[in-house]
Structures are given as C-alpha cells and as structure tokens.
Design a protein around this ligand. Structure first.
Ligand SMILES: *Cc1c(COP(=O)(O)O)cnc(C)c1O
Length: 238
C-alpha cells in the first residue's frame, strides 16, 4: 500500500471510532480529502484507494488539477477556500461543491455564472453550496456573521443551478481540539434555527486537528488534509 492509501485508511478508522463513540452511524460522516499544495500524483493515489471527494482552497489550483484529472470523471471537487467574485466563473465550471459562500451577492453571481455556462436546466451540473459562517466572529476570517445568515441561505435557495446543502466553519485556532467543540455545537444550533437538517443537511466542520469533536457535534463532512497527504509547505503563493 502506498503511504497516502495507508494514511487514508488511518483517517477512515479515526472517523469510524469517533462516530461510534458519538453513537452515530459512521456512514453519515463523509471524508473530504484536502489536497491543496499537494501534487496530482498524491490525488491519484488517494483516488486509487477509493477516495472520491477532494478539497482545494484556491480556484486556480483547483482548475489546474481538475483539468489534469478530467479523465477521473467520478472525482468530485470541493472549493473550501475564500471565494472572490472575480473567480466565480472558473469556480462554477470546475467545483462540484463550494463550501465558502459568504454573501447574498456572491450567491447571485454564482447563479448568474451557472446559467451563462450551463443554460437554464441541466441537472447534472447543479453545484452544491455550503455557506461559510464566521462562527468565532474573528475579524480576520471570512464567512458570514451568525446573525446575517438568513439572507444568504435564502439567496442560495433561490438560485436555479445551485443546491443549498448546509453550513461550514473553521473555528479559531487553539492548542486543544476540545476547544473547537463549542464552536461546532454553535454551528449545529445555528443550523437548527434556520430550518434544521431538512433545509441544511450538511455540516462541514473538523480538520486533522479536531475531527473528533466535530463528529460529536454532528459533522457530516470532515475536511482532512495533513493526516492524509502529510505536512504542507509553509505557504503557497498563487
Ligand atoms: C487546509 C484546510 C483544511 C485541512 O486542514 P488539515 O489541518 O491539513 O487537515 C480544512 N479546511 C480548510 C478550510 C482548510 O483551509
């Protein structure tokens, strides 16, 4: 087994243990492999080990990888990094899911670009949308403030071509994964106040560091990079 396949297996076991401890069916937690900064070869290894959902932070990098791996037609790309308006056109073309929608204006722009690219009704091209919430109310972080959520949810729900899927968050950085728990619980409560799992089925939360508390709080998608692909270089410049 290659190292990526091996580590992927370990992460799947972590998810299974955490789900069982939380009294949840492990099948209700999906793993998103965050491949940012890692080469396509690593993605191909993970794909070979059965992984199908991959997360990228930068539209340019996602585009390059999606084009290089277009032959893997059942591979799904998730954009999880901050989305700028001038990158929407490219994002809508390649990202099957976008976790970082943070305003009604951005939702409208995504809808417009989707119609321009795919026409009025092409169900296979529907883009799954999650709304990023700035759950720790950190000034330097992107995401909508918890109080401003409803207009963004409504805007996404109103766009043909976009499918409202749920909420996403990145809690404040800390030295202890348990410190993330109250933020994950806050996101779950926010979901309950805005229509519950029927309207917002997905909670995208938890990374290498804190996936266990995320699963305890109800995560349906955990976004894991380092534990699968290893350490990343300090910072990529795009
Ligand atoms: C990089 C990143 C991840 C993965 O982080 P790891 O600590 O490597 O697991 C998850 N979510 C977002 C938004 C990221 O930017």
């Amino acid at each position: 087994m290659n190292p990526v396949a091996q580590r992927l297996q370990q992460v799947r076991e972590r998810i299974q243990v955490a789900a069982e401890r939380a009294g949840r069916d492990p099948e209700t937690v999906r793993l998103l492999a965050v491949s940012k900064t890692h080469p396509v070869e690593a993605i191909v290894e993970a794909y070979g080990a059965g992984q199908r959902d991959f997360g990228e932070n930068y539209v340019q990098e996602l585009t390059a990888k999606a084009e290089a791996l277009a032959h893997l037609s059942d591979l799904r790309w998730h954009l999880i990094g901050h989305l700028q308006r001038n990158k929407v056109k490219q994002a809508i073309r390649y990202a099957n899911a976008i976790h970082s929608v943070h305003s009604a204006e951005l939702a409208a722009e995504l809808g417009r670009r989707h119609r321009a690219l795919f026409g009025p009704d092409q169900p296979p091209s529907v883009r799954r949308i999650l709304i990023e919430v700035n759950i720790g109310r950190e000034p330097q972080k992107s995401g909508v403030d918890p109080e401003q959520l409803e207009p963004v949810v409504s805007a996404v729900a109103g766009e043909s071509g976009l499918e409202l899927r749920g909420l996403m968050c990145v809690p404040p950085i800390s030295d202890d994964p348990e410190k993330s728990l109250p933020y994950f619980q806050a996101l779950a409560q926010l979901r309950d106040r805005h229509g519950g799992a029927e309207r917002l089925p997905e909670l995208s939360m938890g990374m290498t560091f804190d996936l266990e508390p995320a699963i305890r709080a109800g995560a349906t998608l955990v976004r894991v990079g380092t534990a699968i692909f290893g350490e990343r270089p300090a910072k990529t410049v795009v």
